[in-house]
Every structure is written in C-alpha cells, then in structure tokens.
Design a protein around this ligand. Structure first.
Ligand code: ADP
Ligand code: ZN
Ligand code: ZN
Length: 745
C-alpha cells in the first residue's frame, strides 16, 4: 500500500483493469483524466489514457512505476466522453483499454499530437508564375509537384500519398525559390471562413416536418429520444438539417451518424451546401492521416458538424447540442467483429442521455426494439407520412411463384409488368439480394456441387470473370468447364444479379440495363456513374442487390420487382423477418419518388405467410405489430435481454467443448448456494454449431444467455466472464462475448 498520488491508466491490453502509475509528470502540473500518457509496461512502453487520479494505491511504493511522459497539454477526452467509454466497457464487458483503443484514431494511439502545427509545402508567388507559364519543361517530377501544390499547400504526409519521391523535386524547386514551407494549424475544412454562421435556405418544411422540427428543437438543452419515422423521400434529411441549423445558431455542435453505405457524397454535399461551417467527416475509407485531421477538426471545435459512420459515436464534439442517427435500423451500426462489439446507435442514445441533448433516430423502417421503446414511452415518435415531393405511395402486390410461369427467375406477370412500365416511359428496378451469375455450379451427371473447401457453402459462379468465388471466405478459383469428379459438363444453377442482367437483355433487347452490386461497384465513382445514367434516362432498367436500397433518388422508377422475398423465412435468426420487411419497404421506397405513383411486385412461394400479409395489408407498422407479438411470445428481444458467447476453433469438437464447459460454469453459478436470485432466472440456449458451422477453415459455435431483466443479465455476466477466462479450454479457441447480438446463427 502506497500513499503516493497515482494516476490510473487504461492500456491497450486484454486485461480488464486499470494500471496504477506514480503521477509524476515531467514537471508540469497534475495529470488530468483523459490525457494520454506514456508508461513502462513490462519491458515495453505503452501509450494509454489516464482515467482517474487517486491519493494512494494498493501497490507498495517500490512496485509503482512513474509515468514517463504526458502527451497532451489538455485532455483529449472530455469527462463526459470518458464516462461514456467507461460505461461502454462495463456494458459490453470489454477491457477498458481496448475500448479506448477502438475509440481513438490509430495516429493518436501511436502518439501523434492532437493540436499540432503542421508544416505545409506551398508555391511561392514566383513558383505559381513559373507553373502557369508551363515551367519547368524538362523535369516532369518537378512539374507534377508544382501542379500538386497549385491548388493549395500540402503536408509531407499528404505528398507521400500523392507523389512518389517528391522530396528531390522539392529540394530542386526550393533552390530556385519556387517552393517554401510554412507552419500553420492543420487545415482540413478550416479553410472555410469563420465568423457568423451562413445558412443557405432549404425548402419550406411541410406541416409534418414543421411539427417534428419544433418538437426536437424545443428539447434542445435536455435529453429526449425521438424516432423520426418516415418513408424514404418523406423529408427526414430536411428535418435533420433544420434541427442542426437550430443547434448551430445556439452555438452548439451536432453529431450525425449514418450507416457505412449511407455516407454518400450527396449527403455530405447537402450538409456542406446548407451550412458554411467546417465539417469533420469520419468514415472507414479514410487513411490514418485523414482520420487524424478530421478528428483534430472535431476536437478543436472548428468543425461544428461531425458526420460519420459507426466509430464517430466516440468522436470529440465540444458543445454537443444534438445527435442524429440516420437509418437507425441499419445493422452496420453494430460492430460485430473483432473484440469490442458495440452498437453505435445504442451508444448514441447513452451519449445523448449523459450529455443532456436530444437524439433523433431516423428511419423508414425503425428496428423493432426502437418501436418497442416508442410503445413504452421511452422515445417519442414523430411521423412523416407524406413524401415531400407529393408523390403517392407505391402499390405493393405479391406474385405467387407456385402458380406462375417462371423463366430464369423472373415470372411471367413480372415480365409483363416490366414491359408495361417501359412502354409507359418509366424506369424499372429489379432487386435480388445475391450477386454473381449463379449461386451453384452443378454436374448433371454425378451431382457434384462446387463446394468451398474452407466453408460449409457452395461457390458462386461469376461468369464474366470466369471465376468460382466463395462469398464467405473470399476463396477464388478458375471456373471449370468440366466436372472435376467425372469429367462431364457442368451447369450454373440458380440466379444472381449477373444472370438476371443477362436474362433481361434477352427479354428486352435494346433496352439499356445497368447492374449495381459489389462486383461492378468497386469505387465510389462507379456508383455515381450508375446514378447518373439512371437519372439521365440513359439506362431504363436497374438490377441490383441491397446496394440499390440505400438513400438514392430514382425519380423515374415506377416499378420495383423483388425477385426473391423468401430468404427471410428460412433463417435460424429470429431477426430475419424483420430484415426482410425492412428490405422490402426500403426497396419499395425507390418506386415513384417523382410525380408518378409506383408499383411494387414481390415474388414469393409463401404468399400466405402472416408476416408478408400484414406487411402488404398494413405496411411496416402492421408488420411490426405482428412481429413484436411473435417476439413477445417467444421471449426474444426486445422482451428479453440477450448476450451471445461465440467461439471458433480448428475442429468442431473444440469449438463445442469450450462452450459446453462455459455452460457448465454458468449452471454452477446458477445453482451455487447463496447465488443471487437473478442467476437462477438466466436462460441458457446452446451451445450449438453456427448455421454455417465451417467458415474460412474454422468451426463456429455459439451459446446464448438470456434474461428478462437487463441488470440481472449484466450482474450474471460480471460473475461469469472471469470464470470463462480461466477455463483451460478457453485457450484452445477464439471466443468473444457479444452483448445485444443482432445476428444469431
Ligand atoms: P428522406 O431523408 O426522408 O429520404 P429527404 O429529406 O432527402 O427525404 O427529402 C426527399 C426530397 O424531397 C429531397 O429532394 C428534398 O430536397 C425534398 N424535400 C424535402 N422536404 C421538402 C419540402 N418541405 N418541400 C419540398 N421539397 C422537400
Ligand atoms: Zn460429375
Ligand atoms: Zn469459403
């Protein structure tokens, strides 16, 4: 026991604890919570974050090591964000050091300065003159460097990314007086004028929008949860913009979270055009350096709007005024890989609560959990029932696949409808959630089905590329012409988007058709190009996967055909029907966004399925009511709380062995004398192999833990996890806990 003042540091290790260090910074003042420090750890030196200070430590004096260095002049996490991270570590039962590591951009984890002055290379006036007159003529590298800097100064790091071996060229040009370096605060968006907030006007809100805007704006300054429920095109984004505008006028900032695929240049543009204020945009495609710059913009408060995907929920936002989560039902808000599995939507709500600001969860198809929170009064629902541009809602109907002629996946009624809409000058969207040419390659002689060597899955035929690919592990091989088993000819069976495109080309020769899926869209620009061709009417039919359902306007699409609505009914995941209904509503929302009413045809072999019926008869709300009643009966979330322990191993036996022991440990806890009553109410489901047990050469299994009461479940997990960590079989598998899992297999 030492009575020296200490600082408790979160370090990037899997240990669920903080580490005490003597709080002796090199001279200057006490170390504040939220500051990065460099400390000795074993034989290494690690960078961690000071979480709290204490007057004494349980460790004896001689075991206490000193902090080597403080990296920040002021905390990089404010107390509220630090508390949020601590809360997240508790709630997701994940080591605090790893939680902090997930929240910080890599550059900051490695020690980059948060408020560095940056050295930038710029053109001198002479350099600009030389460049515009086409000099230097015989040094292409120097010429490229001048061109690169003509639009504005760049840092060495930025130049490294743009231009190989630019340093020699820079030396030569500096010697001629054409280049110089200046030291400035990091630029980013800050190049925009500071000063009074300029707002360019948007459309006048309609009555429903006005009501929603007023309700949220009245709550600025205190926590309130809102669900902005409006079909695609009903003007949700417009509501966000108005609310953010109000917050900015009050001198506050806004945090806007969007799903990975929803962060399109159009959306960023819409925010940028509306507010002449710097914005920090954070998403997964940024380089480490770009992420650092964006983070600095947010941290310094220069960026008044922080717009980003999942991990942006941890971004610093001084003077936070409001949080918006767009497409709140989107599963990309849940991190479900790696160690720290969190829901950015749920953390956004917690952050709003702790920060005393309103949060707006927007969606055309709110998650059932979210609707249940509305039902219990936790959130207020704000409805947008009309489409802003006054288009009528689309008509949905089913095509019974059992009684219709089907050619290559497209039924006769669907073909006729496509003909009709094309003849009337409309555009058509054909949706199939499966990319590639065909999901199976079959030998008709011996029955061989091209399997993936490493997964319990079949290989998908990619005909144009002449490859066989596994969509689960990425395995990729040449497309064989003959059966490797018997030498007979092989045949592609079933449909993927590539094949549907081919079928449509034969059915509608001369009608330009484009395809949108991950095989054709490799870069952002590809998507833009497809959008442009649809917008200009150059293309008449669009075939695509999930990719077409997200937030893009196709005002002239009058018909949407959903080729296969049935995957959702065969899954072991109790959330599959919810996903299916969301997809159908989102795809349907692509139809008739312009002046014309749209038609939606859904092909199914189960036209009498109650969930499909309720969706058609009463829309998403009707579906939600039926689906929530089913969940309630089965005691699934939101009527219970769930956690999953998942593992994977080289053999199926090893994967099950660990979870079997884990279950036994749980049962012991449950029946131990003096065990708290809540342990007794814990329901254990499994262990069971995953529906696709073998993936990428490893065997996956899971054990579910369920309880009606959240607090009781968490107290149980607190007791159970340390026991799991000390199981010998834990070392033979890779395992992780997933609290509030959204995928059950
Ligand atoms: P959502 O986010 O719900 O899909 P948007 O906010 O993108 O809807 O609105 C859809 C379209 O309607 C956009 O082009 C938008 O500019 C326009 N819009 C939104 N609100 C109004 C309004 N009150 N009056 C006219 N047009 C509007
Ligand atoms: Zn064969
Ligand atoms: Zn595979």
């Amino acid at each position: 026991m030492s009575s020296v003042p200490v600082v408790r540091v979160a370090l990037p290790t899997p240990l669920r604890r903080l580490f005490d260090y003597r709080a002796e910074p090199a001279g200057d003042g006490p170390i504040m919570a939220g500051t990065r420090v460099r400390v000795p750890f074993g034989r290494r030196r690690l960078i961690g974050v000071a979480m709290e200070t204490a007057a004494s430590s349980d460790l004896p004096d001689e075991r206490l090591k000193p902090v080597l260095e403080t990296l920040d002049p002021q905390p990089i996490f404010d107390p509220a964000t630090l508390a949020l991270l601590g809360w997240a570590a508790d709630y997701y039962h994940h080591p605090i050091g790893e939680v902090l590591a997930a929240a910080l951009p890599k550059a900051l984890r490695l020690g980059a300065a948060i408020d560095a002055l940056e050295e930038r290379w710029i053109l001198t006036p002479a350099g600009l003159e030389a460049y515009t007159s086409g000099e230097p003529r015989r040094a292409p590298r120097q010429r490229q460097l001048l061109a690169g800097l003509a639009a504005g100064g760049l840092t060495a790091a930025e130049l490294d990314e743009k231009l190989e071996s630019w340093r020699d060229a820079a030396r030569a040009l500096t010697a001629r007086g054409w280049l110089a370096t200046v030291t400035l605060p990091p630029a980013g968006d800050a190049a925009l004028p500071a000063g009074p907030l300029a707002v360019s006007p948007g459309p006048e809100p309609n009555d429903e929008q006005r009501l929603a805007i007023d309700r949220v704006c009245e709550s600025l300054g205190a926590f309130a949860g809102f669900v902005l429920h409006g079909v695609t095109g009903s003007g949700k984004t417009e509501v966000y913009l108005r609310v953010v505008e109000r917050a900015l006028h009050l001198g506050r900032s806004a945090l806007v979270l969007v799903p990975e695929i929803g962060l399109t240049p159009q959306l960023v543009d819409r925010f940028r055009r509306r507010f002449a204020t710097p914005m920090a945009v954070l998403h997964s495609a940024l380089t480490d350096h770009e992420r650092l710059l964006a983070w600095r913009e947010a941290f310094s408060g220069r960026a008044r709007v922080v717009l980003g995907t999942r991990s942006a929920v941890f971004a610093p936002v001084p003077d936070l005024g409001v949080i918006i989560v767009d497409e709140e039902h989107d599963t990309s808000f849940k991190q479900h890989e790696g160690g720290f599995r969190y829901s950015a939507r749920d953390l956004a709500v917690v952050r709003a609560q702790r920060g005393g600001v309103p949060v707006v969860l927007g969606s055309a198809t709110p998650a059932l959990e979210t609707l249940q929170n509305v039902a219990t009064g936790r959130y207020t629902r704000l409805l947008l029932t009309r489409r802003a541009a006054e288009a009528a809602p689309p008509r949905l109907s089913l095509i019974d696949l059992r009684s219709s002629a089907v050619r290559a996946g497209i039924s006769t009624p669907a073909v006729q409808a496509i003909e009709r809409h094309l003849a009337a000058g409309g555009q058509v969207l054909v949706f199939l959630n499966r990319r590639g040419y065909a999901p199976t390659l079959l030998c008709t002689a011996c029955g061989w089905l091209a399997p993936c060597r490493d997964c319990d899955a079949r290989l998908t035929v990619h005909l144009a590329a002449a490859r066989l690919r596994c969509h689960h592990c990425g395995a990729d091989s040449a497309l064989p012409e003959r059966c490797p088993q018997c030498g007979f000819a092989v045949k592609a069976v079933g449909q993927g988007t590539e094949r549907i495109e081919e079928t449509l080309a034969t059915l509608f020769p001369g009608t330009p058709c484009i395809r949108l899926d991950r095989d054709v869209v490799r870069r952002r620009g590809d998507m833009e190009e497809a959008m442009r061709r649809m917008a200009s009417g150059e293309a008449r039919i669009l075939v695509g996967t999930q990719m077409v359902t997200k937030g893009h306007d196709f005002p002239n699409v009058t018909l949407v055909v959903v080729l296969n609505a049935d995957q959702g009914f065969f899954s072991s995941d109790f959330r599959a029907p919810e996903r299916l209904a969301q997809t159908i509503v989102q795809v349907a929302g692509r139809a008739g966004r312009g002046a014309k009413a749209g038609e939606v045809l859904i092909q199914t072999e189960f036209p009498d399925h109650p969930l499909l019926r309720s969706l058609l008869a009463e829309g998403y709300d009707g579906f939600a009511r039926v689906a929530l009643a089913e969940r309630s009966q089965a005691a699934w979330p939101p009527f219970s709380r769930l956690a999953a322990v998942r593992d994977s191993a080289k053999t199926a036996e090893a994967a099950l062995a660990f979870l079997t022991e884990a279950r036994r440990t749980a049962e012991d806890l449950r029946t131990a004398r003096g065990s708290r009553t809540e342990s007794r109410g814990i329901r254990l489901l499994g262990p069971a192999p995953a529906a696709m047990a073998k993936r990428a050469g490893r065997y996956h299994a899971q054990l579910l833990v369920e309880n009606a009461d959240r607090a009781a479940l968490h107290r149980f997990l607190d007791a159970w996890l340390p026991a799991l960590e000390s199981l010998p079989s834990a070392r033979r598998v890779r395992w992780a806990l997933d609290v509030d899992p959204i995928e059950i297999f």
